[in-house]
Design a protein around this ligand. Structure first.
Ligand code: C5P
Length: 227
């Protein structure tokens, strides 16, 4: 059984700023892309990265190939799409035939510990069609209207916040992407839409998604602390 990881890295990263795609931003001297690929590379046989389409002046494909040099497993770089979903689909399309298990890991989650990656793979190998790392929600959640006025308090019992890598049987993920029920913010949502069960395993707070400048400060502090 062969395992591949898809790393969607084609987002613009507008919320982070800096004028370059988020995956190519440096975190303590190393790109987010490389750190996120490294988080999965020791646990899989192949990493396929989806990068932004080239601009006239920048070749993101070459930049990604350079960033991934010396990774712990073979890597491939493809052009991503206009949505996260399209970027994952582009990477899915180039997987070799022997791959049975596919992880999808955001390029924006550089510090996800290998133990969580291993737990996701193990659960798919044990027979789960889809597996996602999840954390209990600790904040109180409220639903608000467009002006910020509170409509109601949401009961957080049974709610979890979901991370990546998300792991799937290859045939399940391919079916889910073919069915394409619309824009989804994660791959598990596409699988759920088919009525296929998705299992959770414990996530890790270190696997948080780098979205804002605050997240960069936090991640660099964690890296400086010996991670
Ligand atoms: O924007 P957000 O942080 O939710 O994106 C999650 C992941 O999806 C990021 O790693 C980003 O690079 C990727 N993405 C992509 N193609 C897009 C949009 C986002 O690969 N068109």
């Amino acid at each position: 059984m062969s395992v591949a990881a898809i790393v969607p890295a084609a987002g613009s990263g507008d919320r982070l700023g800096g004028g370059i795609p988020k995956a190519f931003r440096l975190l303590a001297g190393t790109t987010l892309l490389r750190r996120s690929a490294d988080a999965v590379a020791t646990s899989v046989d192949l990493v396929v990265v989806a990068v932004p389409a080239d601009r006239r002046d920048v070749d993101w494909r070459n930049a990604a190939v350079a960033a991934l040099e010396g990774a712990a497993c073979p890597t491939r770089v493809v052009a991503g799409g206009a949505s996260r979903q399209a970027s994952v689909a582009a990477a899915l399309a180039v997987l070799p035939p022997d791959v049975d298990v596919v992880l999808v890991h955001d390029a924006a989650r550089p510090l996800m510990p290998p133990a969580v990656v291993a737990a996701v793979i193990a659960a798919v190998r044990a027979g789960a069609p889809g597996v996602i790392p999840a954390l209990a929600v600790t904040d109180t959640l409220k639903s608000v209207d467009a002006s910020g006025r509170v409509l109601r308090t949401v009961d957080r019992t049974g709610l979890v916040a979901v991370q990546t890598p998300q792991g799937f049987r290859r045939d399940v993920l391919e079916r889910a992407h073919r069915a394409d029920p619309g824009v989804a913010t994660d791959d598990a949502a596409l699988v759920e839409a088919l009525g296929i069960p998705v299992l959770t395993v414990p996530g890790d707070p270190a696997g948080f998604k780098i979205t804002t400048p605050y997240d960069v400060v936090l991640a660099e502090a964690l890296l400086g602390g010996g991670r």
